[in-house]
Write a protein that binds this ligand. Sequence first.
Ligand code: PLP
Length: 383
Amino acid sequence: MSGHKLGLNTICTHIGEIKDEQFKGAVSPIYLSSSYEFFDVDVKRYPRYFNTPNQEYLAKKIAALEHTEAAMIFGSGMAAISTMFLAFLRQGDHLVVQNTLYGGTVNFIKEEFPKYGIEFTFTNGYKVEDFDAAIQSNTKLIHIETPSNPLLTITDIMAVAELGKSKNILTSIDNTFASPVNQNPIDLGIDMVMHSATKYFGGHSDICAGAVASSNEHIERIWNVGKNLGGSLSDMTVWMLERSMKTLGLRVKAQTKNAMKMARWLDKHPKISRVYYPGLKSHPEYKLAKSQMKGFGAMLSFELIGDLDAEQFQKELKLIKSSMSLAGIESTLLSPHLTSHALLTQEERDKIGISDQLIRFSVGIENIKDLKHDISQAITALK
Ligand SMILES: *Cc1c(COP(=O)(O)O)cnc(C)c1O
């Protein structure tokens, strides 16, 4: 295959397959052994060493999708991010993180870092100047999230990667929202990419998993900490994740296409006061998003006009589910002020622009006319 580059859907379907030599079945066999021979073997395998056959092979698919040498699969997105952070930060080190981050990551940093004596600074904003301003002499890692949750701000990935390189600081990104279908941060100079595989990788709202992709050198360092923290994923679920990932390209492309259509439609809707989607020309970082993303993703947020009850609106929906989490093939909505940002005070939410009218929309693969119809009938029912 020298010189020939495989396309996205071929990578999703075939890379990391385990050949069934014994029975010649078409799909990867599942190896559930938690005990492997230690005599005369190249690798001593054990589930918590992240090297059972199913883990080892699925990691190849993730590495291929993120354009890295290696990857590791974890029991959750938080297991992936916590292991990655603790592999590169020790007592006295400092982390610079974006102020708009997944809530679980914020909790992990605020609640656990003080116990390890690791320092951190949340930036004042999502621009490269904000990251630069937060750097200290002991900063070892800069971590970003773009598009961000729930307001879909866009951070300049290449600028942050260059900032890190110029100061000898590693950079990492949470690429969950975009997925490798829409964004490849490694190509823009970022050192490490992590995912909540619970989201687009799984894609059917039935798997909890995580992943990190990077160079062999960085993955070895993460592995050394990971074997101690023990956040590996069961092989049964690894196998289900492999099956899900075969359609990653198809699903995310269909969802992204739907999101663009829904964003345009909502943007013109008289009962919607504002839409947050990087694919709209009115988005402040539209040009940046266009330059660093292959597609604008399938997550968007919108605000209902002031006199409509945002909670009642969601209860009136017949098709779209009010449900936490995101990225399933089914469309889901949530109110950030009741879920991800419920622990903030009203004042804190006002400061970052999360109103009670704000609704986050994870766009699924349904027919667009049915999604529009559902939203229209729910708004009509409110009057
Ligand atoms: C869900 C999520 C996580 C955490 O992943 P889990 O699989 O729930 O542990 C991290 N980052 C983002 C952006 C997420 O959406």
